[in-house]
Ligand binder design. Sequence first.
Ligand SMILES: [Zn+2]
Length: 55
Amino acid sequence: MARPAEPSTEAGGETVLAEGYTTTAEHPKGADYYWICEPCFNDFKDRFEWDVAPG
Ligand SMILES: [Zn+2]
């Protein structure tokens, strides 16, 4: 499972990644363990049959 992720920021507060997906608490490694950008998610979701959780 994956869900939309909040924007990531560097120490200076500059937004470096606007959109992406991260793991949920259902993932064995826990919530936010992996982060992937939207283009990569779209590549992988078909391959691994990932689902997107609402919200
Ligand atoms: Zn990517």
